[in-house]
Design a protein around this ligand. Sequence first.
Ligand code: SF4
Ligand code: SF4
Length: 375
Amino acid sequence: MASKVYFTDMRARSPKDSGIAKVERLITALEPERAIRRGDLVAIKVHFGELGNDAYVSPVMARKAADAIRALGARPFFTDTNTLYTGSRSNGPEHLETAIAHGYDFAVCGAPLVIADGIKSSDFREVEINQKWFSRAKIASAFLDADAMLVISHFKGHEMAGFGGAIKNLAMGCAPALGKREQHSCRFFVKKAKCVGCGLCVELCPVAAPALTQRSDEAGKKSAVIDRARCIGCGECALRCPTKAITMDWKVEIAEFTEKMTEYALAAIAGKKDRVLYLSFVRDVVPECDCAPWADAPLVPDIGILAGTDPVAIDQAAYDLVTASPAAPSSLIEGKAGPGDDKFLAAHPDTRGLIQLEYGERIGLGSRAYELVRL
Ligand code: SF4
Ligand code: SF4
């Protein structure tokens, strides 16, 4: 059955059309009292952004969501899980520092912060899902203990998933490091000809899989080699390698990764599907995830904000709006894609983002059918 996806564009000529007013209108349209009850502990799932990134959802916008939940007599808290890779969010204390540095402080966002999987990512439980890849999935305790959830996503590109929206926010975003590891089944390797031996991958890898070795073809020069038995597939080195020397066998591995991720999204909302609401910001649609410590120019002009009750429907609607849009001038895909083209494939040709939607529908995560309601 087609679910309603509420949409507002980003035009504003008066205070009633400010972004903040639009968030308020979207949440009201969702009738949040159907999902959130007085006294509920409500997890507002956000991505606080890796240090250096500036495209993540603004805490000023997110505050309106916290206010709306509080107005229902419930108690909201902002939350995310620690990362698999090293960086500014790989443990609870650093993650909180990063969140606060990015404006997710009580004084700004109007609710406390909780790192959902604890200080060392050990606070999680297993959820039974009985799917093709996983019979059980590991989900951070704060999401399982919350009575209801509001999933605030930044819809943008992703170097492995193709695009990241509500499904990816649930899947990777609600999993502790061990759950992220289970989803990242890909094994990376170094294309020797492209490696300049800078050593960045050695420095970044959380499991010490890459090592610099002497090159046999060029005396005095080194290149990296990845121990594939050690590699846990987090993808951080591939994202950050300055010469794009690190890759994987995309044809063999990417479909499995994307399906695994989608199964994890199912686990994140198991038992409370009717008590989860979604808000997706389709603006600053940059090529990479908010986990990147930078943000490239957006692929398309700002589109708007969506709200819904189905993670597949809201991602499908966001994907369709981005597909229909022209590419933004001076972006990574300028001249490579136009209205009607898949912008994420243009940015990351080896990814298969649509699997999230197709497989998501197949396993009962949601429906790709939606009715777009313009507010
Ligand atoms: S980051 Fe890239 S260029 Fe640098 S050592 Fe590793 S593979 Fe080579
Ligand atoms: S070698 Fe593997 S585990 Fe290490 S950073 Fe690269 S993808 Fe991640």
